[in-house]
Design a protein around this ligand. Structure first.
Ligand code: ZN
Ligand code: ZN
Length: 228
């Protein structure tokens, strides 16, 4: 594609980790680095389970309120990633997160590289409070269809390991018209990517140029609208 720089705009990443879970950076450094890289918006979605949902959510929501008073050019969204929790607890944990002021609820999906409990993908896409199913591994066609119907976004991951199933996720999502996103799942400063690299991740997942552009340009903006 010619003139890529003309058709690509600022990055929007809905899946990152700060040192409130297992990331290396303070939330404010993630925000500052995103700003310097001309990101439009970024969510910090730290890992949570039943032991730390409240404390992480309260910290990120308070941080978001504080940052609103400052002059950051990048919009910040407080989020959580429900990680390795028993699948049957996903709906009530998602509802609880939203009640605490969390805007982006990600579920840590059935990646090939971790022993995530079976049925996690299925429960996540059935839950209206879940915004993104991350790295869903060998997700079934039926679950992709449910994701589409419930407006749950499916993730193509730029992260090593999780990215192994990107081709499968893209193939099944396209078959049923489910919405895809490219997220970094960043934990370290070197995990930031450009919008051009995100576009290449989408292409490498088997999408054509038009589909890849939709995934990195239109879909994140559609999700921002949904989040309000
Ligand atoms: Zn994850
Ligand atoms: Zn993650």
């Amino acid at each position: 594609m010619k003139n890529l720089s003309k058709v690509l705009s600022g990055r929007i990443d809905f899946h990152t980790h700060s040192l409130l879970s297992d990331g290396e950076l303070l939330p404010v450094e993630i925000l500052r680095r995103a700003e310097v890289l001309n990101y439009e918006a970024i969510a910090i979605t730290d890992h949570v389970d039943q032991s730390n949902l409240e404390s992480v959510a309260l910290k990120l929501v308070r941080f978001a309120e504080e940052m609103e008073k400052n002059s950051f050019k990048v919009r910040f969204y407080p989020g959580v990633e429900l990680t390795h929790i028993p699948p049957e607890t996903i709906p009530r944990m998602a509802v609880k997160a939203k009640k605490l002021g969390i805007l982006v609820v990600v579920v840590h999906g059935e990646t090939l590289v971790e022993p995530v409990k079976p049925n996690t993908n299925h429960v996540a896409v059935e839950c209206g409070e879940v915004d993104i199913l991350a790295h869903p591994g060998l997700i079934s066609l039926e679950d992709c269809e449910t994701a589409k119907n419930n407006n749950v976004y499916l993730e193509l991951s730029a992260r090593k390991g999780h990215c192994l199933a990107n081709g499968h996720v893209a193939k099944n999502a396209l078959k049923v018209g489910a919405n895809l996103l490219v997220n970094t799942d960043l934990h370290s400063p070197e995990d930031f990517i450009s919008q051009e690299f995100a576009f290449k991740v989408a292409l490498a997942s088997g999408l054509n140029e038009e589909q890849a552009l939709n995934v990195v340009e239109k879909n994140p903006r559609r999700l921002l609208k949904k989040l309000g």
